[in-house]
Design a protein around this ligand. Structure first.
Ligand SMILES: [Zn+2]
Length: 258
């Protein structure tokens, strides 16, 4: 916590200068609060954005699509675009799946009173690291990147959260978020993953933001009752939007008043 306080000292000072924080006015300071606690709360009041959600990938990103003649199209909801490439082959883009989940999560968070920004990349130029840098302009408490996974086996299955190795706070947050949706009856929970080599978009985020990357399941899971059919469903996206929004709000509130 002390480390975080140090980092925010500059913004606290500017907040005091601009008069948004009434130091000594009694509203934020009681005799029982140590000075460090006042700093933490002051910096918290200075942020306009609670959470940034990033829609993973951009439309048309090479390789981020599932071509499959064996897809059961009856199980793909109407709101999910079925796209066609130059050769007339049909596919579903990872971007569209991520966008459905992220858009519902965004809506739930706003309904529950959070200030949320959503980042959708339009091309390679605004992908990955650029999305992380865009998030820094909002200085949110949490950066949550929504992805779905691909593996060269139709039976690959499971959702998980990722964080940068060595980021203890992100590890705890990732685990809490993962646990918050583990009782869904559609996609099983896999182990939370620490990434040693750093995850591009999480690597550029300021220390004042906790970054987590969500892999909601395998869109390559087309076999039988595979992940794909759950990931695209209203049931799954509504369930995780509801549970994740509750947990994200708890996490942000703790960061604000800790
Ligand atoms: Zn992805």
């Amino acid at each position: 916590m002390r480390k975080t306080i140090k980092k925010h000292r500059k913004e606290i000072i500017s907040a005091v200068v601009t008069g948004t924080i009434a130091l000594g006015g009694g509203a934020y300071i009681s005799n029982k609060i140590e000075p460090s606690a006042v700093y933490a709360m002051a910096s918290a009041t200075n942020r306009e954005t609670d959470i940034v959600i990033r829609v993973g990938e951009y439309l048309g990103k090479p390789g981020k699509r599932i071509y499959c003649d064996n897809i059961n199209w009856n199980r793909i909801p109407k709101d999910l675009p079925i796209r066609q490439d130059e050769d007339g082959r049909h596919y579903i883009a990872e971007f569209d799946i991520n966008n459905k989940i992220a858009t519902r999560l965004h809506a739930r968070l706003e309904e529950k009173g959070a200030n949320v920004k959503i980042i959708r990349s339009s091309s390679k130029a605004t992908d990955l690291n650029a999305a992380g840098r865009a998030s820094n302009k909002f200085n949110p408490y949490v950066y949550f990147s929504v992805h779905t996974n691909y593996f060269d086996r139709a039976d690959a299955s499971g959702y998980f959260m990722m964080h940068n190795a060595g980021d203890k706070e992100a590890q705890i947050v990732a685990q809490r978020l993962s646990d918050s949706i583990k009782n869904n009856s559609m996609i099983k929970q896999a182990e939370t993953v620490a990434q040693n080599g750093y995850i591009g978009e999480l690597n550029v985020i300021h220390d004042s933001t906790t970054g987590v990357l969500f892999e909601g399941g395998f869109y390559s899971g087309t076999e039988g009752n595979g992940d794909l059919y759950h990931i695209v469903s209203d049931e799954y996206s509504d369930y995780i939007a509801d549970k994740l929004s509750d947990e994200l709000i708890k996490i942000v509130n703790e960061k604000k008043y800790n």
